[in-house]
Design a protein around this ligand. Structure first.
Ligand code: FAD
Length: 524
């Protein structure tokens, strides 16, 4: 394990702030999330003097590790919990495997229990998936439709990522270029820019169980219901990467997702970047450097903000009016709420009593597609309505972050709005999670040792993401591709490198690399 991982990212100050301030840096990176660290690593490898200033005591941003429970032996990934989009070139170039990155593929990729005691399983082995669908009584036409649905998204992935150019690397392709990459296929173009996940599912399958099982991948992190436009593109975004050579797959990281950030931090430090934590930046002075919250000025030719764009706007004074307006209008409404828990044992599911195989995969607990749309509408009206939960059991693959025989569970839920009274209603949201999971695993509540509920305001406070938005901004088509923010801003010497930039939110790291390339090009 690298030294930063052994400290769970709590790197502290490498030298007194006065010593850091005595130097003039080529670039200061504001924020030590995985993208800020990636940016720093590439800049340092290009020979720049780089200082990363992270406000929190630990590195990683939304991809980190914490010990929130009274029993400190439980180490959780409080926010990001699974890997599926981390860029393969970054993994290779920063040598992340040598620095401790180890991935276990989730298998089943999805396991979704139904109220009638049956379940849908999406295995890595397609024949096994097909056999399961047959035993559910799904018609041959719908079985073929299901595979055609997944194949259509996979073909889009290949066209957009594996063709002449990788659409995620460097600047975003224009809409015309994207259409050309998709071979002018009108259906795929519609999926990329307009369709809802409900429309696409209805095109391929008529079995309502399949539609209910599969809509969830189109709503992850988005302020929308499954019938709303743009949600098909959200499913695509989540299936456009690869893990360990497997296209469109997700997996667990040994030790938890913070290990990704800590491996990147190790690469940055080895390349010569200086990493400082517990140092909030208060002001960005374009062309000059930054001023810390404690008033210390540190000089730098360029400043790269890993902090989200709305936070950057609070730190910089002189911003062209149209850019400030654009950031003011940047949509960060978040429907996400997280339920993290320490478990005494794994729960038993009605659809497979006493079995634990599903805990090595990803389990979705769902309401129907129609109910999910209603839940979103309730959320948009200010009410919590947790009707979808994606569940991860880190300890099934990797028992290291829990005491022997105990388990961790992390549930990514929707929908609960930022603006509700979290102080008064947190317990109600916890009950919604417990009841939704208990509907399929009745002993779930008995398994709980400790738990925490993180609503959008908690995520904002904990990891600094404005509005608690998990992607530093909505990822439906109107904020993606050419419409996503670019590393270069109109503020001289000030750049963005976080999830708000192309190619979008998640643990991808290309945003950080793309920003580093822009800084290097501008400085040389
Ligand atoms: C609940 C949740 C679940 C998620 N699940 C997944 C998942 O399973 N898989 C996945 O791939 N993605 C997931 N995501 C999304 C993913 O984690 C984020 O999109 C990604 O980690 C953002 O990385 P980043 O480096 O761009 O920004 P951040 O992680 O937001 O890092 C920004 C950093 O800047 C720091 N900062 C802010 N202001 C200042 C300041 N003034 N001075 C100094 N430092 C400052 C912050 O403290 C933070 O460390 C999830 C996110 C959340 C919140």
């Amino acid at each position: 394990m690298n030294e930063i991982a052994a400290q769970l990212g709590q790197v502290g100050l490498p030298e007194p702030v006065s010593a850091l301030a005595a130097r003039r840096w080529d670039t200061i990176v504001v924020g030590g999330g995985h993208n800020g660290l990636t940016c720093a690593a590439y800049l340092a490898r290009a020979g720049q003097s780089v200082l990363v200033l992270e406000a929190r005591e630990r590195l990683g941003g939304a991809a980190t590790l914490e010990r929130p429970f009274p029993d400190q032996r439980f180490v959780i990934s409080p926010c990001a919990y699974v890997i599926g989009l981390l860029d393969e070139t970054v993994i290779r170039e920063l040598d992340l495997h040598r620095r401790g990155l180890e991935v276990y593929l989730a298998d089943p990729q999805l396991w979704i229990p139904f109220d009638d005691g049956t379940a849908f399983a999406q295995w890595m082995d397609h024949e096994r998936t097909e056999a399961g669908l047959r035993s559910l009584g799904v018609s041959p036409k719908d079985i073929a439709g299901y595979f055609a649905y997944e194949e259509m998204f996979d073909q889009m992935r290949i066209k957009l990522r594996k063709g002449r150019r990788d659409s995620w690397a460097g600047e975003s392709p224009s809409r015309d270029e994207l259409e050309e990459m998709l071979g002018g296929d009108a259906y795929m173009i519609d999926v990329l820019f307009r369709a809802s996940i409900e429309e696409v599912l209805s095109e391929y399958v008529s079995d309502t169980r399949l539609r209910d099982a599969l809509y969830g991948q189109g709503i992850i992190g988005t302020w929308a219901g499954p019938k709303d436009p743009g949600t098909a593109a959200v499913k695509l975004m989540h299936f456009i990467g690869e893990v360990e050579g497997h296209g469109a797959a997700w997996g667990y990281v040994k030790g938890g997702m913070g290990m990704v950030s800590f491996a990147i931090a190790d690469a940055a430090r080895e390349a010569g970047a200086v990493l400082a934590a517990g140092v909030p930046v208060g002001e960005v002075l374009p062309g000059e450097g930054v001023r810390l919250d404690d008033g210390t000025f540190i000089a730098a030719r360029a400043v790269v903000s890993n902090a989200d764009p709305k936070r950057l706007m609070t730190m910089v004074g002189d911003v062209p009016a149209d850019y400030r307006r654009r950031i003011d209008e940047w949509d960060i409404r978040s429907p996400v709420v997280k339920f993290n828990a320490a478990l005494d044992r794994l729960p038993s599911w009605n659809a497979a009593p006493g079995e634990t195989f599903m805990a090595r995969g990803v389990v979705d607990v769902i309401s129907t597609l129609d109910e999910a749309q209603v839940a979103f509408e309730r959320c948009a009206a200010g009410e919590p309505a947790v009707g979808f939960g994606e569940i991860y059991f880190q300890t099934s693959h990797d028992p290291s972050p829990a005491p022997e025989g105990k388990h961790l569970v992390s549930v990514f839920g929707q929908y609960a709005p930022y603006g509700m009274d979290w102080g008064a209603r947190r317990g109600e949201v916890a009950r919604q999670f417990i009841e939704l999971i208990g509907r399929y695993a009745p002993d779930f509540e008995d398994c709980l040792i400790s738990y925490e509920v993180l609503g959008a305001p908690d995520i904002e406070e904990r990891v600094g993401l404005t509005g608690g938005h998990i992607f530093q901004g909505e990822v439906r088509p109107d904020q993606m591709w050419e419409n996503r923010l670019t590393p270069r801003t109109p503020i001289p010497g000030v750049y963005l490198c976080g999830a708000a930039t192309h190619p979008g939110g998640s643990v991808i790291a290309l945003n950080g690399k793309n920003a580093a390339m822009a800084v290097i090009a501008d400085m040389s």
